[in-house]
Design a protein around this ligand. Structure first.
Ligand code: ADP
Ligand code: MG
Length: 266
């Protein structure tokens, strides 16, 4: 799959419905992201945020039952995951997978080679990024994510993003498990990629603290598998103040006698 070049790129999700293990999770998602735009997707636990990212990246086990996803008009859903990556999609996972025996350096070089780029460029690119994302270069030679701290995993995802230069990145709770310094480094690097390198971003998060660094152009609320509200950055502030109550959610009803969860955005 060759990567479209030049001009602004468009990732378009239309009427996307998907199920997992026979259970309908996404129930009609519409989303359009262009190069350089940052879209935040917020929503209560279980609303389908991670499912959306997995379906876009083609994780096995998710069945698309309706709708389409295109990147510059190309049908993404027809491609295997590796082709989606080569077409320019990137997923920063909520829980990055540990890969014993495979180093981050090897992953980056293989990715370059697979995409027709010279793997020898990786070293220079990595060198110019380690300080920006606060990544300990010694981790490059270690098994990917194995015994990395939560912060190291997310900095590693950010380094991959910066070096691989995808067209669109989905970041699933990149803020989870990060201390304030790591959060700032990661958010800043992603914001720079959007502002200066034309990266389109779908940032999945519960928290406005990520969004204070990574200023979103649009904020969407996902509830029970549908986008139920979209707006500017002020929508995130509204959510911080009011929670998701106004939009409801589809979490199973509590059994009688169980106290309601504490209010907030968890
Ligand atoms: P979020 O990321 O918004 O918290 P998820 O997309 O992880 O939500 O999950 C949405 C719903 O899909 C949840 O009810 C979850 O239990 C269900 N789900 C996700 N993955 C699977 C799976 N592999 N098998 C069964 N149910 C799943
Ligand atoms: Mg999730």
């Amino acid at each position: 799959m060759t990567r479209p070049s030049g001009g602004a790129h468009v990732l378009a999700v239309r009427g996307l419905q998907a199920s997992v293990a026979g259970k309908s999770i996404l129930r009609g998602v519409d989303l359009e992201v262009r190069s350089g735009e940052v879209h935040a997707v917020m929503g209560p636990n279980g609303s389908g945020k991670s499912t959306l990212s997995h379906v876009l990246m083609g994780r096995p086990g998710y069945e698309v039952t309706s709708g389409e996803v295109t990147l510059d008009g190309q049908d993404i859903l027809a491609m295997p995951t590796w082709e989606r990556a080569q077409a320019g999609l990137f997923l920063g996972m909520q829980y990055p997978i540990e890969v014993p025996g495979v180093s981050l350096e090897a992953v980056l070089k293989e990715s370059f080679a697979a995409g027709g780029r010279d793997p020898r460029e990786v070293d220079d690119l990595v060198e110019s990024e380690v300080d920006r994302v606060g990544f300990d270069a010694r981790l490059l030679k270690r098994a990917l994510n194995v015994d990395f701290s939560g912060g190291e995993k997310k900095r590693s995802e950010t380094l991959q993003l910066a070096v691989l230069r995808p067209l669109f990145a989905m970041l699933d709770e990149v803020d989870s498990g990060l201390d304030v310094d790591a959060l700032r480094d990661v958010a800043r690097r992603v914001a720079q990629a959007a502002a200066h390198e034309g990266l389109g971003v779908i940032a999945i998060t519960h928290y406005t603290r990520l969004l204070s660094e990574l200023r979103p152009d649009r904020v969407h609320v996902l509830s029970a598998g549908r986008i139920v509200a979209s707006g500017g950055p002020e929508l995130a502030d509204e959510l911080e103040a009011q929670g998701y109550g106004a939009w409801g959610n589809d979490e199973p009803a509590r059994p009688p006698g169980v106290a309601p969860a504490a209010p907030g955005l968890s």
